[in-house]
Design a binder for this molecule. Structure first.
Ligand code: ZN
Ligand code: CO
Length: 331
């Protein structure tokens, strides 16, 4: 899990530019699935056929990560940018970022700003060390996207680095693909694109797959850091069964199935209510005439920062829980 996660979180893959992540996952899983293909949007869809008696299940984890998109290059070579997904000025301030071609930069801000709490992305810029617009344009174009430059670190069971959202979910799906042996169900593992900009890959893939049930794997925030907002999720206390977020209310059948499978197998789990934020199941459950959907969430500190932190036991228990759900009958 550690090697896989270090590999996946180190890959460049902001929304719309997921190709490196897609290739890496394809390599990991191709020998463990019956079919694999990439669709028009760039989603990677892998199928395990099952014995034909069960249901059609769509599993989703998003490959993309948040990023900074270049909107303007000034005469001195400083890059102005806008956000791809949920980028907070405080999370990116004085962080190192990297473009697809390996060019790195430092994110800073207009220091004449009166109060730092008023900091907005349009008062910020990326300094790539270029002395002029001409020099900068040889390295970076308008529309290029930078992501955090932060290789994964670890201590005991804790992993931290950028893009745990949602390469941690991708890693759980990869390990589940390898773990599932005998399933009555037809399993569609979808590594989705463009979740961070509005669940777009999940929307089109859910339409084409037309599943009986949808489950996504994504990170959720915790309430276990100093003076954090009240949130009944702790790092290391188990994967979370989502009850609700701002993109969906989980279907009771799916939520209860998750709880039942966790309890009968003695897998620790937590219940999650996320006040703001959504994930792929938000799009899946509204596909066609509606799809009963739920989410298994991976507790994660500092979501959307360069140092998102997850726990190895939560990841391994998520694999166990998901495998148990998929290998058994689904109502
Ligand atoms: Zn996510
Ligand atoms: Co996210």
């Amino acid at each position: 899990m550690k090697t896989l996660l270090a590999h996946l979180t180190g890959l460049y893959g902001p929304s719309g530019k997921e190709e490196a992540v897609r290739q890496a996952i394809q390599q990991e899983i191709k020998d463990y699935v019956d079919e694999i293909h990439e669709d028009v949007m760039g989603n990677l869809i892998a199928v395990k056929k099952g014995n034909g008696s069960g249901r059609k299940v769509m599993l989703a984890a998003h490959m993309d990560q948040i990023g900074l998109i270049v909107t303007n290059i000034d005469e001195n070579g400083f890059l102005r940018f806008s956000n791809i997904g949920g980028v907070s000025p405080f999370n990116v301030l004085h962080r190192r970022v990297v473009f697809q071609n390996g060019v790195t930069g430092a994110v800073s801000y207009e220091t004449e700003l009166e109060e730092i709490k008023n900091l907005k992305l349009n008062k910020m810029y990326i300094d790539i060390g270029a002395a002029s617009r001409e020099e900068a344009k040889k390295l970076v174009q308008i529309g290029d996207i930078a992501v955090y430059h932060a290789p994964m670190a670890d201590r005991e069971n804790r992993f931290f680095g950028c893009a745990m959202d949602d390469r941690a979910g991708c890693a759980v799906l990869v390990e589940t693909i390898k773990a599932v042996k005998n399933s009555p169900n037809e399993l569609f593992f979808v590594f989705t694109v463009q979740e961070e900009v509005g669940l777009r890959g999940a929307r089109t893939s859910a339409y084409s797959i037309n599943p009986d049930i949808g489950i996504s794997l994504d990170v959720t925030i915790t309430g276990d850091t100093p003076k954090s907002r009240p949130m009944a999720i702790n790092l290391g206390d188990g994967p979370a069964v989502k009850v609700k977020d701002s993109s969906l209310i989980c279907h009771p059948m799916v939520k209860n199935l998750m709880i039942q499978r966790a309890e009968e197998a003695g897998i620790p789990y937590q219940l999650e209510v996320l006040e703001a934020g959504g994930t792929d199941s938000g799009a899946i459950h509204l596909s066609r005439e509606g799809v009963p959907s739920g989410v298994i969430s991976i507790p994660c500190r500092y979501v959307h920062s360069a140092h998102e932190m997850v726990d190895k036991n939560d990841l391994e228990n998520a694999v166990k829980l998901l495998t148990r759900i998929l290998e058994n009958e689904i109502a």
